[in-house]
Design a protein around this ligand. Structure first.
Ligand code: ATR
Length: 279
């Protein structure tokens, strides 16, 4: 029986087993997907030895995405661009790594808003960490024109400019309103608004009314930031769709079937998020 897993430290919170085991059952595949808590000092060895282990591959979550990138024998172009791997698989016995976070975001957006076009739009990203980078790369690949960055630490915006070039610009307090007026997409990639964290306090009254507002946070399913955007009439996108869609490629690589993100799967995971919230 094939086996895959998600590795992290700690790993208790991961909803990946729920997602993958739902698909395994749905497609009648005799395999199992587990959680595996791997201590930071053991990540490199776990990944390097994957071909001789019981696993056909794994997902990688916090804080192992960068060590996983360094540990795989072959990282694809997207993983190299991000310096981070979230999906590990075997190809002809070689341990390969990719990163599906950016494509997960785009697929979630296209799934919820099929008529929304990113081509030649201006986007604003809040945050400049790993998740921001994954989404920025994917947005440029989709034809987004310019991306403005709002981030607490200015040096990290500069790093993004060095990596992605002149399409990236800094949004400061003085040019925020102008940037909001002309943007087509606004995305929070920070953990602000997540349960247990401070909320994202940002004035968005001057936002273009057609701009889509997205959050990668999915605990709660709708953050206060998204609720505010929705109340002022903007289309919104929560973070749970990205989590579901980033899982698709790993499943296909390990088990040979491209799984579908259905409303039933969304409801299953959303119910689990809400159950945890009530505890
Ligand atoms: P990830 O890989 O999940 O994106 P990360 O690389 O630690 O995580 O990046 C987190 C991002 O959220 C950063 O942009 C961080 O801002 P800094 O670059 O200033 O550290 C941002 N962030 C996290 N908590 C924040 C807070 N309370 N206020 C403002 N920004 C925050």
């Amino acid at each position: 029986m094939k086996k895959a897993c998600v590795i992290g430290w700690p790993i208790g919170h991961s909803r990946s087993p729920l997602i993958h085991n739902y698909w395994l059952k749905k497609y009648g595949i005799d395999a199992v997907y587990e959680k595996k808590a791997i201590e930071p000092e053991n990540v490199a060895q776990f990944i390097a030895n994957l071909a001789s282990s019981e696993f056909v591959g794994c997902n990688v979550t916090i804080p192992h995405k960068e060590p996983a990138f360094r540990a795989v024998a072959k990282a694809d172009e997207i993983a190299r661009r991000l310096g981070a791997v979230n999906t590990v698989y075997l190809k002809d016995g070689v341990v390969c790594g990719t990163n599906t976070d950016g494509e997960g975001f785009i697929a979630s957006l296209c799934h919820s808003y099929p008529a929304f076009s990113l081509r030649n739009k201006a986007a604003i990203i809040i945050g400049a960490g790993g998740a921001a980078k994954a989404i920025i790369g994917a947005l440029f690949d989709e034809g987004v024109d310019k991306i403005g960055i709002i981030n607490r630490t200015r040096e990290r915006i500069h790093d993004l400019q060095v990596q992605f070039g002149p399409g990236i610009y800094e949004i400061s307090k003085t040019n925020t309103n102008d940037a909001l007026k002309s943007c087509g997409l606004l995305v929070n990639t920070t953990s602000q608004g997540m349960e247990g964290q401070s909320s994202l306090d940002m004035e968005i009254q001057s936002l273009n009314p057609d701009a889509l507002v997205a959050d990668i946070v999915y605990t709660p399913l709708e953050t206060a930031f998204l609720a505010k955007a929705r109340q002022q009439g903007n289309p919104v996108l929560g973070g749970l769709g990205m989590l579901l869609h980033q899982a698709v490629r790993g499943f296909e690589l390990w088990f040979g079937v491209k799984p579908e993100v259905t409303a039933e799967l969304y409801e299953l995971i959303a119910a689990d998020v809400q159950k945890a919230h009530k505890q």
